[in-house]
Design a protein around this ligand. Structure first.
Ligand SMILES: [Zn+2]
Length: 476
């Protein structure tokens, strides 16, 4: 519009002006006299230059001073795919923006969540299509929090006017943030942001009064880490028999925080020591070159063994290995394993790394899993309420991986895990089993372990001096 306006008046005036000047040069007049012709010419000059400047001024005004309605519209939309959404949002400051959170329910989908939150289906579909380019929404788990944004134009009142769905963001895993931002009518920008996390270290120092679990929880350790720790000690200590009041626990562990100082995820146990009836068990974490990690004692002997002593947490041993009268069948025969009473749904762990030999059902065992380990060992887990999702025959399982959940399928009087260990097909007592020892570190491994130990000890000392509120108990 302004471009069509500008050149036209100039091209009209210029030729007239030029011919006028030429004709004047031909007629010489004495200086000081003003003829009517000269007056007319001066007036015309004035009028012409007045219009010329008026047009210029209008052109400047429309292009640089007054906002062009089209241009204003364009600047309201952020440039496509900037690296950080923050710059994106600053571009659109004239908008009012608000957010609310919604949580993904069990057997819920992100599409269902958006519909429930009143997002118009067309906009929701467009948003989900954009999301699909970088992230599969089916990977989201129940409990996932989604932050939904609504925006209003500058002159609207967010309290009374209906806003427009402006996108959403979510943190599907501690190190990842997905941000979906509306950029136009049905167009969205997506940013897959890496969340850098930093480790912080903590010490749990507790005297055991009731249970290891209670003591560790009371000193601030997260439940998942306490379970890891119990599993770590359970290779050598029988928690149902050995723990005494007055035993002492000391753990150095990490937690990971995001850029805004919010706890993003639990970290690792770096060192754990348990003084049990005067005997001190000390384990240090060592990260191997391939990225895996294991715990070792000071001599470089691996803590993990071929099989865990108890493949279920918080269980009570309800029936031992040996001859006994079967509670349902009624006659005496060999109880081929151990029974652990635990509530239905308690997770069951693979006692050792191996290959799944059987995921099946039988009349007596109900749902059961059989795992084949090295050195001729096999483990059996029976009466499960359900199997872990995706567990199949021939699948490889890691030690401590959840394979199923406690139940009472088959011949069982109550929810419990029936656990068997077979050695070359012959049932053996898991309690008295003399398992092959863990691996021993070589010289290079020992150097790495000693370096890890030195770092952990330094961290513990600095934590102890920095935080006087930490309970410091006499070491025995
Ligand atoms: Zn049994």
């Amino acid at each position: 519009m302004t471009n069509a306006f500008r050149p036209a008046p100039i091209s009209e005036t210029t030729p007239t002006q030029a011919s006028e000047m030429l004709s004047e040069k031909l007629v010489e007049k004495p200086p000081g006299t003003v003829t009517p012709h000269q007056r007319r010419r001066a007036r015309r000059y004035f009028t012409l230059s007045f219009f010329f400047f008026l047009v210029m001024a209008l052109w400047l005004l429309t292009n640089y001073v007054l906002p062009d309605p089209n241009k204003a519209d364009l600047s309201a939309r952020p440039a496509p795919a900037p690296t950080l959404i923050m710059t994106n949002w600053q571009d659109i400051t004239p908008m009012h923006r608000r957010s609310r959170t919604a949580t993904l329910k069990k057997s819920d989908s992100l599409a269902a969540l958006l519909a429930r939150e009143g997002i118009e289906p067309v906009a929701a579909d467009a948003a989900l299509d954009t999301l699909q380019e970088v992230f599969d929404a089916r990977r989201l788990k129940p409990g996932q929090i989604v932050r939904i944004f609504t925006e209003w134009s500058q002159d609207a009142d967010p309290d009374t006017d209906v806003g427009r769905f402006a996108g959403f963001d979510l943190i599907p895993s501690p190190r990842q943030r997905i941000i979906l931002r509306r950029t136009g009518h049905l167009t969205f920008d997506i940013v897959d942001q890496n969340r850098p996390l930093s480790d912080r270290f903590f010490v749990a120092d507790a005297l055991i009064t009731s249970s290891v679990y209670e003591a560790a929880r009371a000193s601030g350790m997260a439940p998942s880490l306490v379970v890891d720790m119990i599993r770590l000690f359970s290779f050598n200590i029988d928690f149902q028999r050995d723990i005494r009041e007055g035993d002492q626990l000391e753990v150095l562990y990490s937690r990971r925080f995001d850029g805004r100082n919010q706890l993003a995820e639990e970290g690792d146990i770096l060192y754990a020591a348990l003084t049990n009836r005067g005997k001190r068990y000390t384990y240090w974490r060592l990260e191997h070159k391939d990225g895996s990690a294991a715990f070792y004692d000071e001599t470089g002997k691996s803590v993990q063994r071929l099989l865990m002593k108890t493949p279920v947490d918080g269980a009570r041993l309800s029936s031992r290995f040996g001859m006994r009268r079967h509670p349902i069948l009624g006659y005496t025969r060999l109880h081929r394993g151990l029974d652990f009473a635990a509530p239905t749904g308690t997770p069951i762990y693979a006692a050792g790394t191996g290959t799944v030999a059987n995921v099946s059902r039988s009349r007596e065992y109900g749902r059961f899993v059989k795992i084949q380990h090295s050195n001729g060992y096999e483990t059996v887990y029976a009466h499960l309420s359900r199997f872990a999702r995706g567990l199949k025959s021939n699948a490889t399982v890691r030690q401590g991986q959840i394979i199923g959940f406690v139940g009472m399928s088959g011949l069982a009087t109550g929810p419990h895990l029936h656990y068997e260990v077979l050695h070359y097909g012959k049932p053996v007592n898991p309690r008295t089993l003399d398992l092959p020892p863990g691996r021993q570190l070589d010289a290079a491994g020992m150097t790495a372990l000693n370096a890890s130990i030195a770092v952990a000890q330094k961290r513990m000392r600095s934590l102890a001096t920095r935080d006087n509120t930490l309970r410091s108990l006499p070491r025995r």
